[in-house]
Structure formats: C-alpha cells, structure tokens
Ligand binder design. Structure first.
Ligand code: AMP
Length: 279
C-alpha cells in the first residue's frame, strides 16, 4: 500500500491510473478504523481496480474544540488494517487547508435538521472536505456508511448540484454484538456508559416496530424513547426524530422511506445512530 501525504503527488498518481483505465474507488474517513470503515474498504476493493482511502481528521467539521482534541488517532494500526484488506493508496495529509482558506461548500435545507441543527457549521466542513477529496482523487465511486445517513444525503445532493461524475454507494451500519453502532468514539465511553449504550439502538428499533402506518403515534414513541434514555445517569438526548428519507422533511402519507435517527450524549461522548424504514 502506498502512503501519500501530498495533494499533488496523489493527483499525479491518480491521473496516471485513470489513463491506464483503472476504475477508482474512494473511501473518505477520519481514521481510527473499526469494522464499519473496513467494510467500506472491502466493498471498494471488491468493486474497483484501485481503492484510495483518505485518513484525515477534518478540523473544519468539529463544532467543539475538546471533541477535536480528544478524537482518537492510531496511524500505524490504521495502516496495517488497510493494508491487510488490500487498499492500494492511503491519503494521509497533514492538513487540507492553507492558512488563507476562504471557500466553503454549503448544502442548504438538508443541513437545517438533525445534526446540522445541533452542530452549527458541521456539514459545511464535511461538504467542503469531501468536495476537496473528490477534486483531488477524481474517483468513479465513493463509499459512505449509513451510520452518517444525513452526511450521505448531503453529499448525494452536492454530487448532483455540483455535477460531480461520481457514484455514491451507501453501505449498511456495522454493529457491535450488542447492537451498538461501531464508532471511533465508542472507546471514549466510560465502562458504565458502554454497558448502557445499546439502549440507544433498542429505542430506535422500538420506534421502528411500533410506528403506525399513519404515523399518528410518532411523537409519543419519540417521547418514550427520550425518557427511557434520559433515565440512564449521565445521558442526555440531543435529538430523536423521524423524517422522510432521503429528503429529511416532515414525513406524510406520500413518504416511501423514513429515517428514524438520533443523537445521544453519554457523558461528553455524542453517539449517533439510525434506521431507514421502508413503508
Ligand atoms: P468517520 O471516520 O467516522 O468519518 O467515518 C468514515 C466513513 O465510515 C463514513 O462514511 C461513515 O459513515 C462510515 N462509518 C462509520 N461508522 C460506521 C459503521 N458503524 N457502519 C458503517 N459505516 C460506518
């Protein structure tokens, strides 16, 4: 596996591969790999001639300094894991922003809800870094996880609006044995909160199971889920919502798919999870 740290080197390498008619897959990540990341890489390796994984903790998408500073990093472990899977190139830049950076990508409406509402500027940082990666790597296909469902909806919109000739593949959420969605942040949970964290997904599943076809009990189910979660000491619900998928609007009878999504603080650790429900 090649480790490339420099934007121009990566651009040259990929241009050469394109001329060789290689089909190129990109997996954008912030590192500290777990099976959720590795699953995206395996998918890319199986479908593409060349897999590029970016490993970059993007400061622009953090709305809290303490969150950025405590974000886990282990490059040597990441390198070994990606290599084992057959990743061809790992892009590991020191920074992707010059000190005079002034251009930002804003996707409207889709970013007004859910994580966009509680993390101001987050999706501006996400859309900008993904736009940069798309321009640098120029992949045929980009792999994203459903774990960050709103992120995928935002990027799909950006691909359409900015005429990127890139196919987005959305891959299912990979979970721990007890149902907790895998996340680089899970290692930051206290042992008590780690034990209780699966209640989050259980509550989303309960909403999924009990939601009536006319959605008339939606608010009641959301309130019950919030109450159950906030009964756990140190737990605060940021949001639990049911929106149409992928438009992220208030659902109605015409909605074919729903996103049951939540963000919950276990202490200082903010976890997200969701279920996409077909109607
Ligand atoms: P991150 O490093 O957290 O920015 O995630 C990089 C990519 O991996 C994103 O597309 C995430 O949605 C995806 N991802 C993270 N956790 C999971 C998971 N548990 N299951 C599936 N995909 C995931």
């Amino acid at each position: 596996m090649e480790i490339i740290q420099n934007v121009d080197s990566l651009r040259n390498r990929v241009e050469f591969l394109r001329k060789e008619r290689k089909y190129i897959g990109l997996v954008p990540t912030m590192g500290y790999f777990h099976d959720g990341h590795l699953n995206l890489m395996r998918l890319s390796v199986s479908e593409c001639d060349v897999t590029v994984v970016s490993n970059y903790v993007n400061p622009a998408q953090f709305d809290r300094r303490d969150d950025l500073e405590s974000y886990p990093i282990n490059f040597e472990r990441d390198k070994a894991l990606a290599e084992e899977i057959g990743v061809d190139i790992m892009f590991y830049p020191q920074t992707l922003y010059q000190s005079d950076h002034k251009t930002w990508v804003t996707v409207e409406k889709l970013t007004d809800v859910l994580c966009g509402r509680s993390r101001p500027g987050h999706f501006k940082g996400v859309a900008t870094v993904v736009c940069k990666l798309f321009n640098i790597v120029n992949p045929h296909v980009a792999y994203f996880g459903q774990k960050d469902a709103q992120q995928a909806a935002v990027i799909e919109q950006m691909i359409k609006d900015l005429n990127f000739d890139i196919r987005l593949v959305l891959s299912p959420i990979i979970r721990e044995h007890d149902g907790l969605a895998m996340s680089s942040r899970n290692v930051q949970l206290t042992p008590e909160h780690r034990k209780k964290a699966p209640v989050f997904y259980e509550q989303l599943q309960l909403i999924d199971k009990k939601l009536l076809p006319d959605l008339s009990n939606k608010e009641m189910l959301i309130e019950q889920a919030k109450k159950t979660l906030e009964n756990i000491p140190g737990v605060r619900v940021d949001y639990i919502e049911v929106l149409s998928w992928p438009h992220l609007e208030i659902p109605d009878k015409t909605s074919h798919r729903l996103l049951i999504a939540g963000a919950v603080f276990f202490g200082n650790v903010r976890l997200i999870d969701n279920i996409i429900k077909e109607l």
